[in-house]
Design a protein around this ligand. Sequence first.
Ligand SMILES: Nc1ncnc2c1ncn2[C@@H]1O[C@H](COP(=O)(O)OP(=O)(O)OP(=O)(O)O)[C@@H](O)[C@H]1O
Ligand SMILES: O=C(O)[C@@H](O)C(=O)CO
Length: 425
Amino acid sequence: MKLSLGCIADDYTGASDLANTLTRQGLRTVQTIGVPSDDLALPEVDAVVVSLKSRSIEAGVAVDRSRAAEKWLRGRGAGHVLFKICSTFDSTNAGNIGPVLDALRADSGDAIVLVTPAFPETGRTVYQGNLFVGSVPLNESPLKDHPLNPMHDSNLVRVLARQSRTQVGLVDLATLTRGAEAVRGRLADLAGKGIGAAIIDAVFDRDLETIGVVALDHRLSVGASGIGLGLARALVASGKVKAASAGAISGAAVGGPAACLAGSCSQATLTQIANAEKTMAVLHLDPEQIIAGPAEARRALAWVSDRISSGPILIASSSTPDQVTALQSRHGRDAAGHAIEQAMADIAEGLVRIGVRRLVVAGGETSGAVIDRLRIPGFLVGEEIAAGVPVLRAVGVKDGEMLLALKSGNFGGTEFFSDALRLMR
Ligand SMILES: Nc1ncnc2c1ncn2[C@@H]1O[C@H](COP(=O)(O)OP(=O)(O)OP(=O)(O)O)[C@@H](O)[C@H]1O
Ligand SMILES: O=C(O)[C@@H](O)C(=O)CO
């Protein structure tokens, strides 16, 4: 297997979002959890997305894990590696996008790296280096209240410069609109000044197509699913990849009980939970009790066993931004987040034990904790539930077939949970 594209995603929902995009563009893609072990049987594929849980961990550890993933991908022939970050650039002043970019750039030997989180299909666009979420700048969007990575600056040139050892430049939309040669010229100017990273504007998919063509001149790029779309289209257009006719896999129905877990506190997820109350039983966990000990997860599982034979259920830890802030000020941000993630993993393990084989998880960190606990080594991409969220079919699980959906906090329509279960048969 010689890869045309290698990808390293800094969380599991982001990885499935990217795997979905690459699959829809005709690349045969598999998502692995962590760097695959040598005995994991992988199908013949064009792209591998290695999922890490490295977005909100200590920067040095994120660098080491990303470099290990890059080494594995290069060892499988990947000439180009995309470091997949969040389309809302989730990170703090201490990293981790900058430190990982610096390390991978050094390994790749590239003078300059293109960076864009643009993903127009989900409303993420970049103009003059400023990231917009829908119609508002990032720092006015709900991301300003993110529990782990609150985003207070929409100017990505500044944000990345605070994290990276290299200087950061801008390739603006006016240059991009003049085409690939103009972008190449601007990158050469920036690199000549010793600038090692360039935020590139993108508003429409056609912008990402130009970016994809230029990015393939290099060995490394950094961005969200949008640049994945650009790279995939450029690989197909250049004939380096023959677009797979089959696209997403289907596979046999899995059936049996179905459950949803929500640890995301994003505005989108809060609305989706409220709407799910119309179609399924919903349990709201008490975050204070979760931190107090394991009894809250046990209570949740007892609640599930009384109901799961009657239809799907949803268990949510999610709270409003004010409640999140209050909890964090009592217990600390990381301790609160970690305790809730582990409780969700305990609950997921209990759900599988009682026969759940169709599981929806909302939130990147939450998904990471759950998938690690379930020890699922990888996924094939199925139907698209919403932009950036596919049905995933687990590969390499011992006790039979399992379908999952890992929803990024901000993705999905208002009826996401019932939409997902409708496609997870
Ligand atoms: N009620 C709560 N109070 C405080 N923190 C919470 C609460 N519920 C969940 N959390 C924590 O908030 C964090 C949510 O992050 P997560 O990545 O799961 O969701 P998200 O950021 O909305 O999703 P994504 O990263 O996909 O955009 C997790 O660490 C989770 O444990
Ligand atoms: O890019 C996004 O917004 C998502 O794929 C993501 O990274 C979710 O955590």
